[in-house]
Design a protein around this ligand. Structure first.
Ligand code: DP6
Length: 340
């Protein structure tokens, strides 16, 4: 009776969310722009039942340790939705990712977007897309961008109700390829949640925020006009800007003090430098990076084969390199699907 299934995509940010005004409600310091990914999604079924004693979370992909932490976050998120519906039923949640963990694509965005929509659907709540996006944001900030379709902007807003994501353009507006090169599957030392809280420690953080409005405008316009050159330049500069903040945010760890947080590995840098060379040789591609060593290249269809063969040449330079490659296109946002 109180059961629904939702599917939601992961998303990749072109203008990044890095730094929170209010971490309790994941209120960001700035707007961000992203695209939903066609091949990386989470499918979640939520079933509320008055006879259940506890929430039960079955995560098909999670390791045992991750799953205990994840279950607590899922329950906390369900509590938010239960309080809107004014019910106290416990739930059984089954969730599965189309992509393995550790591939450099965060599952928290797709996971919390799918959980939010499935729980709302199961309880029959009538909410607008903006409201659903705002609720997904409370689970993980970037999850709000996985609710609307296609190319998306998260409006930072001023409070809980005004911070949500909207569609800038539908997925079929512009066919671009996102080629993610996963250079390592080792868990990163600093999570993105910790990275957000450290960001204001960087002496360059305010400067970044001063320049972000202009960048948002350029990225928005380049998506609207399908201007690949402007788009690529802005997204690559943006990725470096976010990482410059991370690298200049000092942090006290259990192992001692470090001057900044480096998400890059030597292979990451090799790929970034390679992109500069490839461009001088006529390969039209640009990259972006999230809080991890994976390099995400963006290209149009005409350049895809050339890009993949250039990545392959680099990969084969060292036989022990275990890079994994994932190719995505823009996709729809979260939606309900028939429950099995
Ligand atoms: C680098 O959404 O994972 O991917 O709100 O603490 O869950 P929490 O953080 P999260 O941060 C994503 C950071 C990023 C940039 C981005 O996706 O905009």
């Amino acid at each position: 009776m109180f059961k629904a299934t939702a599917v939601a995509p992961a998303n990749l940010a072109f203008v990044k969310y890095w730094g929170k005004i209010d971490p309790r409600i994941n209120l960001p310091c700035n707007n961000s722009i992203s695209v939903n990914l066609s091949e990386a999604f989470t499918t979640t079924t939520v079933e509320f039942d008055p006879s259940y004693q506890n929430d039960e979370v079955v995560s098909v992909n999670a390791t045992e340790k991750a799953s205990t932490k994840f279950s607590a976050r899922v329950s906390a998120h369900l509590n938010r939705i239960r309080s809107i519906a004014n019910v106290s039923f416990k739930a059984r949640v089954t969730t599965e990712n189309s992509f393995p963990s550790g591939v450099g694509i965060a599952s928290s965005a797709s996971g919390f977007a799918a959980l939010t929509l499935a729980a709302i659907g199961a309880l029959g709540l009538e909410l607008s897309n903006n409201q659903i996006s705002a609720i997904a944001r409370l689970g993980s900030g970037s999850a709000c961008r996985s609710i609307p379709d296609g190319f998306v902007e998260w409006i930072a807003g001023k409070d809980n109700d005004t911070s949500y994501a909207i569609t800038l353009a539908p997925p079929n507006h512009w066919r671009i390829n996102i080629v993610s090169v996963v250079v390592s599957q080792i868990t990163k030392k600093t999570s993105s949640t910790d990275g957000h809280s450290l960001a204001p420690m960087s002496p360059f953080f305010e400067k970044r925020l001063d320049t972000i409005e202009k960048r948002l405008e350029l990225v928005r316009n380049s998506i609207r006009d399908k201007d690949f050159q402007q788009f690529g330049r802005e997204l690559e500069k943006e990725a470096i800007s976010m990482h410059a903040i991370a690298m200049t945010s000092p942090i006290e760890t259990i192992d001692g003090w470090i001057s900044g947080c480096y998400y890059w590995l030597p292979d990451t840098l090799e790929l970034m430098l390679a992109a500069q060379n490839w461009r001088t040789n006529g390969l039209n591609t640009f990259f972006t990076l999230d809080a991890g060593p994976t390099v995400h290249f963006i290209c149009q269809d005409d350049d895809l084969t050339n890009l993949l063969s250039n990545i392959d040449i680099l990969k084969n330079k060292y036989p022990l390199r275990e890079w994994r490659i994932m190719i995505n296109q823009p996709s729809l946002g979260a939606r309900l699907i028939p429950t099995k």
